[in-house]
Design a protein around this ligand. Sequence first.
Ligand SMILES: [Zn+2]
Length: 110
Amino acid sequence: MGAVQALFAPHPIDITSGYRCPELNARVGGVDTSQHTLGLAADWVCPEAGTPWRLAQTVAQSGIEFDQLILEFNRWVHISAAPQDRPARREILSIFSSAEGYLSGLHKRE
Ligand SMILES: [Zn+2]
């Protein structure tokens, strides 16, 4: 998260969800392999710097290394680092509803 914090400084990053134990992850509907359970992912917002869509766009266009960057429900941004044993994928996704599922790339929806 250090690189993200630096990108939006001096505006504070609010981490809405960091590490989740497997039980909590299941309760909030997280997928089994969620990187939250590995301590590799964080959901965050930075209201002073812009909407979640704008924040995700800024990170995507930066040189920051990440495994996945996901605009989630237009409410927060999920970012994860790759585990030690494989390179970062730099995968960018959006999700607006569980029914629709993950979409490739960042989508702007009001
Ligand atoms: Zn997340």
